[in-house]
Write a protein that binds this ligand. Structure first.
Ligand code: PLP
Ligand code: LYS
Length: 434
């Protein structure tokens, strides 16, 4: 059995259970493909992050990067846990508002926020707008002047760290599209511009080096760069950073081969670095904010599929097809991401063969798991793909006009539908006859 599945994940009937609910029952009740979150796991990870800050006695915010999975229900859970959220679009902000999420705990990110999105952020009273470029400083300045309003802001800087991860999800390297460059003086110019604008209240600096990172040195290096920037701004401008936001990116386990630190241990290393740097530089300790996305929801998520057709050809690996695919999880096709899958009726069953677990989309690249070890399966069997909770549903599409799956939250043995399955009417409701 894969060690991603623990004995506690199997119920008395020998079935996979998620949040204490039998996965087969969920598949029968809601249909497949189905996205299920174990909300207990999300809360436990969130609390582990908070505990580290409290143990280290540092003022902090844990800001969930909601691009990883965005729906009203997740904002409600993060609000119940007392967290912050980061949003990167008007759509994510609108969802947070619809959830009743307190706007003063929202950070607004993005490398090309539109004038409408910036105006929406200002009108909504978001806690902080994280400025990414000079164009945006000018836009926000004009919007604040016109509305006669004020805003808290942070500057996103590019720390010049190439984190070891898929190049599509690196963001901290010098030639990244995000943020103000440190080495060339861009960050200083941005600071001067913001300090000169009486309508902007600068909280501090932000950096994010990328996603699915295992090596703690990247995070420590990033924290060190931000703390040095704080010292430089203090010395040159007499400006004291109040918040140091080190972003997210903590790597998780998708397969047995992945062996990251527990997510909160990345944070402990960051805190220790900032403390040491500030002490050495004689700076007061700023608040430390983190923005975990994947590490909060990734391993809490499961995609349930029903097996349909199969193709066997002597000398070649067989194809076993499920009723979802790249429309509900583009990550294998986009990043060659690896996953594991188990049978919901017997997650501990020994593998009998290796197959290509594929989807139903009209693309040869619609392979969910290449060379996937599985027990003998039959049409109608339910498979659970593990650790699908981050950037799966949030990157889902209607390719081939397949409806996006429903999403269910399971917690303490109870299940609740939190996003309805799309219907064919939903799919055509924006179309107009010509
Ligand atoms: C600015 C920012 N913060 C936080 C995150 C969350 O990253 P992750 O989901 O890897 O924790 C991202 C995505 O990479 C990001 O761009
Ligand atoms: N979508 C990416 C992560 C991007 C993070 C956004 N900055 C993934 O699935 O791994």
């Amino acid at each position: 059995m894969t060690d991603l599945i623990k004995p506690a994940d199997i119920n008395a009937a020998g079935h996979l259970q998620i949040g204490g609910v039998d996965a087969l029952d969920l598949a029968h009740k809601y249909g497949t493909p189905l996205v299920v979150y174990d909300v207990d796991k999300i809360r436990a990870t969130f609390r582990a992050f908070k505990r580290v800050f409290e143990e280290e006695k540092v003022p902090y915010a844990v800001s969930y990067a909601s691009k990883a999975f965005c729906a009203i229900a997740i904002y409600q859970v993060i609000n119940e846990e007392g967290g912050h959220v980061d949003v990167v679009s008007g759509g994510e902000l609108a969802t947070a508002k619809a959830a009743g999420f307190p706007m003063d705990r929202v950070s607004f990110h993005g490398n090309n926020k539109s004038p409408e999105e910036l105006a929406m952020a200002v009108d909504s009273g978001v806690g902080v707008i994280i400025l990414d470029n000079f164009h945006e400083i000018d836009l926000l300045s004009a919007i604040l002047k016109e509305k006669g309003k004020w805003a808290k802001v942070m500057l996103r800087v590019t720390p010049g760290i190439s984190a070891h991860t898929n190049e599509y999800i690196q963001t901290g390297q010098v030639d990244s599209k995000f943020g103000f460059d440190l080495g060339s003086g861009q960050a200083d110019r941005a600071l001067e511009q913001v300090l000169a604008d009486e309508r902007m209240d600068l909280l501090g600096a932000h950096a994010h080096i990328g996603s699915q990172i295992f090596d703690v040195r990247g995070f420590v290096g990033c924290a060190d760069k931000l703390a040095s920037l704080g010292k430089h701004w203090q010395d040159k401008y007499g400006y004291a950073i109040k918040v140091l936001n080190v972003g997210g990116g903590f790597g998780i386990r998708y397969t047995e081969a992945d062996q990251p630190l527990p997510p909160e241990e990345f944070v402990r290393a960051i805190i220790k670095e900032v403390k040491a740097d500030c002490q050495q530089a004689g700076l007061p300790l700023p608040e430390i904010w983190i923005e975990p996305g994947r590490s909060l929801v990734g391993q809490a998520g499961y995609n349930l599929y029903t097996i349909g057709s199969r193709k066997d050809l002597p000398g070649y690996e067989s194809y076993v097809a499920v009723d979802g695919g790249m429309g509900d999880n583009i990550r294998p096709a986009l990043y060659q991401a690896k996953y594991e899958a188990v049978l919901a009726k017997d997650p501990a069953a020994k593998a009998a063969e290796r197959v290509n677990l594929v989807g139903k989309y009209c693309e040869s690249g619609d392979i969910l798991i290449k060379d996937c070890p599985l027990p003998k399966t039959e049409p109608g069997d339910v498979v659970a793909m593990l650790a699908t909770g981050a950037y799966g549903y949030s990157m889902a599409s209607n390719y081939n006009r397949n409806p996006r799956p429903a999403v269910v939250f399971a917690e303490g043995g109870q299940d609740r539908l939190v996003v309805k399955r799309e219907s064919y009417e939903d799919l055509i409701h924006l179309d107009l006859k010509y």
